[in-house]
Design a protein around this ligand. Structure first.
Ligand code: SF4
Length: 219
């Protein structure tokens, strides 16, 4: 893994080169409140963004609160969210999530990671997305792009997105927590792409462990 000084330098380069929250970048999911953000995140599991968007549009046309959601039949929820796949399982998760939210929090989504992760269907990724984008906390949410990029560069050394998130929280400079998700996700889409990373023109290549490993393999 990179040293603390290298990690700081990588984030400085990303801050200079990539758009961040404070420079107008938009967050994922684009939902207007914590309840809809949680549901949207649950629906996004193993689903393409465009299919998740279709499912959330259809579902939130029917209900936008936990109480209203529980008024719906399972068949109505399942039909609305069908585009995002696994709709029977996701319907059950939505129902359990709404029941627990009402029973334990009066229908109000908690604004702590612990509270969020104690709700059915909410893992670390969803919790961090809601904390960052709905509650405005300084948290780097880790999706597949962020996970890939961090472990290629050597910012982290983790097999799962949740472990990457935990390592990032520990190792990132505090000033990078607010915008870090945006820099890393844009970097993963524009430069360090999954199939064809643009290493020749990459601004952090000097520190990248993936490039160093490739060079060692050739020598
Ligand atoms: S040098 Fe290549 S692998 Fe490393 S961060 Fe840049 S694009 Fe990704």
């Amino acid at each position: 893994m990179l040293s603390a000084a290298q990690t700081e330098h990588v984030f400085r380069i990303l801050a200079r080169e990539m758009p961040g929250r404070t420079r107008g970048a938009k967050g994922p999911k684009g939902q207007p409140d914590a309840f809809r953000s949680c549901i949207s995140c649950m629906l996004s599991a193993q689903s393409l963004d465009r299919n998740t968007a279709k499912a959330t549009r259809a579902l939130f046309a029917l209900a936008t609160t936990p109480e209203a959601m529980l008024e719906l039949d399972d068949s109505a929820i399942a039909a609305a969210i069908k585009p995002c796949g696994l709709y029977n399982t996701k319907t059950r998760s939505i129902r359990r999530f709404c029941e627990t939210l009402i029973a334990e929090h009066g229908g109000v989504v908690p604004d702590t990671r612990e509270g969020l992760m104690a709700l059915p269907g909410i893992g670390r990724k969803c919790a961090d997305i809601v904390l960052s984008f709905t509650f405005g906390k300084d948290v780097i949410a880790v999706d597949t792009h962020v996970h890939r990029v961090c472990n290629r560069i050597g910012l982290t050394d983790a097999k799962t997105a949740d472990k990457t998130a935990a390592q990032l929280e520990e190792r990132s400079p505090e000033w990078a927590l607010r915008d870090g998700h945006f820099w890393l996700i844009q970097f993963g889409k524009r430069v360090c792409t999954a199939r064809a990373p643009k290493c020749d023109t990459c601004p952090v290549a000097q520190h990248c462990e993936f490039v160093a490993g490739e060079a060692r393999g050739r020598s």
